[in-house]
Design a protein around this ligand. Structure first.
Ligand SMILES: [Zn+2]
Length: 239
């Protein structure tokens, strides 16, 4: 069987038999790959704890004949330890992994999505920023081609003031073309930062009402497009 090398983030794992595990990995060069990690659940596993969800790993894999490849070697690039020691961060990491899992296609490389996921996990692990997950979701939507219009009214093109979120029509609206839920000025600014290449500025926003508002808007937009409820985002969303 041909061997290949790639780097990826473990999205989820499933038990297989007594000692093995199936790992779903978002790789840089091969998209979403499912592979068998043999003996991973034995105490003396040569993979150790390297193939846990959210782990960033260097992989050597055999190409399987069917759907499943086989992990031959796995070396840790970054285990993102801080994510595992804090419940809020863990919930955020789970939300990121589920969102990436929903967007990634099997065996179809999507390096920007992979890079965004690694970046978001790193930020989540190193920074107290409650908007990391919404920032990832919104940028991931834009990457998918569903970039909401946040700089000007979707109906008339006026730059402001923008007062509502007409999500199904594709973005923010002015008072004259108001549609959908009301949006505060602070939330508008955060959305503009997120999609305007100023994610770091967006992540500086930590005031709970603004965080909660942006989180709601972005999660709704994301769900609208993937048409599936992100259960883990529900736990992240504390109102
Ligand atoms: Zn308008």
């Amino acid at each position: 069987m041909p061997l290949y090398h790639d780097r990826g983030v473990v999205l989820r794992t499933y038990k297989l038999g007594e000692a093995d595990r199936i790992v779903s990995i978002l790789t840089r060069g091969h998209g979403k790959v499912r592979a068998v990690a043999k003996g991973v659940r034995k105490t003396k596993s040569r993979f150790g704890g390297r193939l846990e969800p959210a782990s960033h790993v260097d992989l050597l894999m055999y190409e399987g004949r069917g759907e499943l490849d086989i992990v031959s070697q796995a070396e840790t690039v970054d285990a993102f330890r801080p994510l595992r020691d804090d419940l809020d961060r863990l919930a955020g990491a789970v939300a990121l992994l589920e969102a990436a899992d929903q967007l990634a296609l099997e065996r179809e490389a999507n390096p920007p999505l992979y890079e965004m996921l690694v970046g978001a996990l790193r930020t989540l692990a190193t920074r107290d920023a409650p908007l990391v997950v919404p920032g990832f979701l919104l940028k991931a939507l834009a990457l998918e081609g569903y970039r909401p219009q946040v700089e000007s009214c979707g109906a008339c093109g006026e730059s402001g003031p923008l007062v509502s979120w007409a999500m199904e029509e594709g973005g923010l609206r002015c008072a004259a073309h108001r549609q959908g839920p009301a949006v505060s000025r602070d939330a508008v600014l955060v959305l503009q930062h997120m999609l305007g290449g100023r994610l770091s500025a967006a992540l500086d926003e930590t005031r709970p009402p603004v965080v909660s508002e942006v989180d709601h808007l972005v999660v709704r937009a994301f769900e609208h497009h993937v048409e599936r409820r992100l259960r883990s985002v529900g736990t992240f969303d504390r109102g």
